[in-house]
Design a binder for this molecule. Structure first.
Ligand code: KDG
Length: 334
């Protein structure tokens, strides 16, 4: 009973090299990603035992996606295959005052077409101690929402931890269900909330500000509405420009409010997947450390992810600890 389960789409990112716009480019680089995949791989890189559940195509791209997960030690034994294509997204990476842009091509992908009958959750979660979900999956299609719900019900029956990163994306939710209703439903099966004021306002229908006082009030209200939720963790990004951000985090665990110092990320290499790196750091941390140390570990993991190209975080526990111990000057290691 030591497995951490992630469930979600394996996406391929296609992107011109460096900071080029598509109109300038003839070559595209590809990376595998997908929010929950990124979380799973990062936890595996920390030494966790991870199984990812998804649906990928029955072709060489599906084989490559499976091999990618396996390369990082993530179990693919519960991934199903179909004759639908792999979901893709196109990214133009911005710089300084020019923002990044994303265009998705995922509406009939193998994962978007997933149905509850396709996943054997009993088998997939036989050794599970933790299930992680995000708001991307139920925002895709009714099938993805209902499939996730089966897993969450089983997680509740088993009494395992369920972390929720409700990540509201207005570009999703095109299939007729209301985000607030669906997220409310799924949060009733969850124990740890990874999200901030925007996400809490979305599910509570409130208008809290970004202040710490309102963060505590919103967290209390969330816990009143969802008594199963025991802890709220919020990553705060201050954006000076597209290449320079500051990251810190705050938490409310029902009795205590804490916040971390800022990490100053002056030269971002790649910010995609940094929220997933935070979630992975928390999930790993909460199994080893107290709440505050877990949050510090997660912030440092998130900060480090900004230095890697691609969607996933390659950081090891020692590298995250190095950052936490103040080794942030990037001095050559010999
Ligand atoms: O944008 C999405 O939906 C993805 O899953 C692609 C990226 O890997 C994700 O945004 C990183 O959080």
């Amino acid at each position: 009973m030591d497995q951490i389960i992630t469930f979600g789409e394996v996406l391929m990112r296609l992107s011109p090299e460096g900071n080029k716009k598509f109109i300038q480019a003839n070559l595209l680089e590809f990376y595998f990603g997908g929010t929950e995949v990124n979380v799973g791989i990062s936890i595996s890189n920390f030494g966790g035992n991870v199984k990812h559940i998804s649906c990928v195509p029955n072709d060489f791209l599906g084989d490559t996606a499976m091999a990618f997960l396996q390369k990082f030690g993530v179990s693919t034994s519960a991934i199903v295959r179909s004759n639908r294509p792999l979901g893709v997204y196109f990214l133009e990476v911005g710089a300084v005052m020019r923002p990044s842009s994303i265009s998705y091509n995922r509406s009939h992908s193998s994962f978007s077409e997933i149905q509850p009958s396709m996943v054997d959750w009993e088998f997939a979660m036989a050794k599970a101690k933790w299930l992680h979900w995000t708001g991307i999956t139920p925002g895709l299609t009714k099938g993805a929402y209902e499939t996730l719900k089966v897993g969450l019900k089983l997680a509740k029956e088993k009494g395992i931890e369920v972390s929720a990163d409700p990540t509201y994306r207005s570009g999703l939710w095109k299939y007729g269900e209301n985000a607030k209703d669906v997220l409310t439903d799924l949060l009733s099966y969850s124990t740890i909330f990874i999200g901030g004021i925007n996400e809490m306002n979305e599910v509570l229908g409130t208008n809290y500000s970004y202040s710490n006082e309102d963060f505590i009030n919103a967290s209390k209200k969330l816990m009143e509405k969802f008594p199963n939720i025991k802890k709220v963790f919020d990553k705060i990004r201050t954006s000076i420009n597209a290449s320079w951000h500051k990251i810190r985090a705050r938490m409310w665990n029902g009795t205590e409010f804490r916040e971390t110092n800022d990490f100053d990320i002056t030269h971002i290499i790649d910010r995609i997947g940094t929220g997933d790196a935070f979630a992975a750091g928390l999930i790993y941390g909460l199994q080893k450390f107290d709440d505050y140390k877990s949050m510090e570990f997660a912030s440092a993991a998130c900060a480090l992810k900004h230095t890697y190209e691609g969607d996933v975080n390659y950081a090891t526990v020692d590298e995250v600890m190095g950052i936490l111990n103040g080794n942030v000057s990037g001095v050559f290691k010999r």
